[in-house]
Design a protein around this ligand. Structure first.
Ligand SMILES: [Zn+2]
Length: 499
């Protein structure tokens, strides 16, 4: 388990999350005493993740960190889809087998997560390593009459699962548009002509020439042993559909019922809807308590599309001289259920703010360094209050824009009346906030002030206190020659490197 119990005991303030299943904010209560089960749909590794994907992963990281801030231990599972139509298509084009093809994208995905300071999940199961679990699930669905075989594939019969549509509001045979997901209702795979109903979805795709496949033993619910009789009835060579991957891998690690499933709004239908149908259909138990879904990212007000040439990756940002964490900051400034409009201008503003925050941290470090030991009177009440407000913001369905605004309130208050704050206590509070925000404040390298400079500065202070202005000025000139500027503030001397 992850060492998240380091945080304070669960706070009395309730954590509220918007649950897409019930379409309202609800108080979060975990199903189990000891841990929270949290499943997040991972990448299909056929390409680099784009900013829209990354926004979702950052939002999920914030949700996970907020749960930890509230005192819960979180078991986060994120799948890696490493067999899928697009992977097979693009691997073929590249003349590689799928395993060799996905490897660099998988590595790039983990590199992106690290650059965005996204905490590691508890498990990252891969689809190709969990095929037996998927076959087992498909067998259960066949036995219950919820799935059927047509030609060499297996489909889910959505007419047999009464609650179908509960999550997305989808109604069977609905043909009118007017819903945000209407355009995806009738997207039919050309190969799936054998389905009973166009709205049924595939669980197992029959083997096709030149494609990777596994021999599913659907009678026993497992992989057929290698070398066995592959022509026996009940053995169906093929590969899993995308939806069944998530049902199988989430329940494998988190059990048939778990607390939170997160993703992007584009996954509500059909992906998450189908996951519910598969899991609840097979187990007869409620699958997930909370579905929490993040909104889209727009680029200059438009949806990302290849044809518009506005699909950017983290590499594109870095090439243009941006820090990945500037993107994280930008994500924080917008609520996860609002569309985030990305532009180079908004990213530059985010980077600017982040730099200002880093400089503030450096100032505090430096002032803390001088150990002037003045009595700070206001700190306690102001900071306690700030922490309360910070919690209130986050526990109100992850109001990160408000949480970020609170940080700037602290910066402003400090600058208005530095004498009332202890730099150390302000720093500690910001570090605490950063356990949720993840801006790496603790890793800010302070502008290193050499000991000799600090020594000279202290000597100069002593001289000034004795009224020896001439000697003090001489020391200041000496410090300047060594590359540092001394600024006398009401707070005492402030040392900054001359750049
Ligand atoms: Zn999924």
């Amino acid at each position: 388990l992850l060492p998240s119990a380091l945080f304070a005991s669960p706070l009395p303030l309730p954590l509220k999350l918007y649950n897409v299943l019930t379409r309202r904010k609800e108080v979060f209560k975990p199903l189990r005493k000891d841990w929270v089960g949290f499943y997040t749909c991972g990448p299909t590794v056929y390409n680099f993740a784009h900013l829209g994907n990354l926004r979702t992963y950052v939002f999920e990281d914030l949700l996970r960190r907020t749960l930890e801030y509230a005192g819960y231990r979180v078991r986060q599972v994120m799948n890696i889809t490493d067999v899928e139509d697009k992977i097979i298509r693009d691997a073929k084009k590249a003349g590689k087998d799928i395993f060799a093809f996905v490897r660099p994208y998988e590595a790039a995905f983990f590199a992106d997560l690290q650059k965005l300071n996204i905490k590691k999940a508890w498990k990252y199961p891969k689809a190709t390593e969990n095929i037996p679990e998927m076959i087992k699930l498909i067998r259960q669905l066949l036995k219950k009459g919820l799935a059927y075989r047509a030609d060499d594939s297996i489909y889910y019969d959505i007419s047999k699962f009464k609650p179908y549509g509960r999550l997305s509001g989808f109604r069977k045979n609905r043909t009118t548009s007017g819903s945000q997901t209407a355009n995806s209702y009738h997207r039919i795979d050309a190969d799936e002509y054998s389905k009973k109903d166009v709205q049924d979805f595939v669980l197992w795709k029959g083997k096709k020439a030149g494609e990777p496949f596994w021999n599913a033993d659907l009678e026993k619910g497992r992989l057929a042993p290698t070398g066995g009789d592959k022509t026996r009835s009940g053995i169906l060579p093929g590969r899993p559909g995308w939806h069944i991957e998530c049902s199988a891998m989430s329940m494998k690690y988190l059990g048939p019922s778990f607390d939170i499933h997160a993703g992007g709004v584009d996954l509500i239908f059909p992906h998450h809807e189908n996951e519910i149908a598969q899991s609840e259909g097979a187990t007869g138990k409620p699958f997930v308590k909370f579905f929490v879904e993040g909104e889209h990212l727009l680029v200059n007000g438009e949806k990302m599309a290849k044809s518009l040439g506005n699909i950017f990756t983290l590499r594109d940002l870095e090439t243009r001289g941006f820090k990945p964490l500037a993107f994280r900051y930008l994500v924080l400034t917008s609520h996860y259920r609002s569309k985030l409009n990305f532009s180079w201008k908004s990213l530059a503003a985010a980077q600017n703010s982040l730099e200002r925050l880093y400089n503030f941290i450096r100032d505090l470090e430096r002032e803390h360094d001088l150990e002037r030991g003045q009595k700070r009177l206001l700190t306690k009440t102001v900071l306690t209050n700030a922490e309360k407000q910070f919690r209130q913001a986050l526990f109100n369905d992850l109001d990160t824009p408000q949480a970020v605004a609170l940080i700037w309130n602290i910066v402003r208050d400090y600058h208005q009346n530095p004498a009332s704050f202890s730099p150390k206590e302000v720093l500690n509070l910001l570090y605490k906030f950063d356990r949720v925000l993840g801006l790496n404040l603790k890793k800010i390298k302070p502008a290193k002030i050499p000991t000799i400079i600090k020594k000279l500065t202290n000597q100069r202070e002593k001289l000034r206190k004795k009224g020896k202005w001439k000697e003090a000025d001489a020391l200041r000139a000496k410090i300047k020659k060594l590359g540092y500027n001394i600024e006398d503030t009401t707070e005492g001397p402030k040392i900054t490197p001359l750049s």
